[in-house]
Design a protein around this ligand. Structure first.
Ligand code: ADP
Length: 320
């Protein structure tokens, strides 16, 4: 990708690797790009490497190798300018809980060099929008968990970032607050702000995001649009051992069958549909099968786990 392409790209990560000082390999050289205006999900179970990716992008974590560009700016060359484009909503509450929401957002704006008059207007706009205006002078430790998270969003928006990064913004908050946060994020995206969301809730990514990167054990195992993700999840792959080596496959079958080697064929079929049709097609081509097995799908295993997380979280929020 050249520099002019990069300036239309909100975030470009290439060959990003991270090994922590304790020897833990968190990222094994991942590459992906998020286009300007996108709503992008970084999905993966706990410990996959999502926060490390975000931490490096925001220069909170030192990378071991690789490159990161924010709107074409290399973070190694000019981190100050790159940072001015990013609004970060971290996972952990990281404001001084003895301060009021008003002071927290105003101080943040000052840190980014926003003029005081503009900062006051912004503060009113975002604290109102996020349902915190009436609490603007309360010590923030008295706010509910959902309010504290919304305060972090208001704070992140104070310097008008073009890229908003939210790290697990709705983890552990009740369903109603989650819905109103989803609505607000959609509104921001419609106004042109690029959003990257890390989550281990499949439903959240599906509801909000256009594109998705899936991280598993420090590797990006998928980088596709949301529709393709669900298409991949809706199909099963079978591995067929063939009696005799096959010479090739007709073009019309290439979309869903692949010869891995001359005697091994992989076939994708829609989940729940019958494989008999596949056998008929193959026997018309004089291809005969010795054995068949269902290929265990890394993505599927991961998603079964994510769905389980989701079910547990919904149960927990109903119990709360
Ligand atoms: P995720 O955000 O997807 O849950 P993380 O990026 O937090 O994943 O973690 C990726 C891996 O790096 C995990 O194995 C985690 O234990 C490890 N890790 C994260 N932060 C540190 C740290 N400060 N020191 C050592 N290991 C860490």
């Amino acid at each position: 990708m050249n520099r002019s392409d990069l300036s239309n790209t909100a975030l470009s990560v290439s060959n990003l690797a991270k090994t922590y000082v304790n020897g833990r390999v968190a990222l094994k050289g991942i590459s992906f790009a998020v286009e300007q205006g996108d709503f992008y999900a970084l999905l993966g179970r706990n410990g996959a490497g999502k926060s490390t990716t975000i931490g490096i992008t925001c220069s909170l974590v030192k990378k071991s190798a690789g490159k990161v560009h924010v709107f074409g700016i290399d973070i190694d060359q000019d981190f100050g300018r790159a940072k001015s484009h990013i609004g970060l909503v971290p996972q952990e509450i990281n404001f001084n809980q003895f301060e009021s929401p008003w002071n927290i957002v105003i101080n943040h704006a000052g840190y980014y060099g926003v003029h005081r008059t503009v900062a006051a207007q912004q503060a009113e706009k975002y604290l109102t929008k996020l349902g915190l205006w009436d609490h603007r002078d309360t010590a923030s430790r008295r706010l509910s968990g959902g309010m504290k998270r919304r305060l972090m969003i208001a704070r992140a928006l104070m310097h008008e970032p073009r890229l908003l990064i939210l790290d697990e913004p709705t983890a552990g908050i009740d369903f109603e607050t989650r819905l109103s946060m989803w609505e607000f994020m959609q509104e921001l995206n419609q106004q042109g702000i690029t959003i990257i969301l890390t989550t281990h809730y499949l439903q959240e990514a599906e509801k909000l995001c256009r594109n998705v990167g899936v991280i598993e054990l420090g590797e990006l195992i998928l980088d596709v649009d949301m529709k393709s993700l669900f298409l991949q999840l809706s199909q099963e792959t079978y591995v067929l051992d063939l009696v005799l080596p096959a010479k090739g496959l007709p073009d019309r079958l290439q979309g869903y069958m692949r010869l891995i080697d001359p005697t091994t064929l992989e076939v994708d079929i829609t989940r729940g549909s019958s494989i008999n049709q596949v056998f008929e097609t193959l026997s018309e081509l004089d291809i005969h099968v010795v054995s068949i097995q269902n290929k265990s799908n890394r993505l599927e295993t991961l998603f079964m786990e994510l769905l389980k997380n989701e079910a547990e979280s919904i149960r927990a929020s109903q119990d709360a």
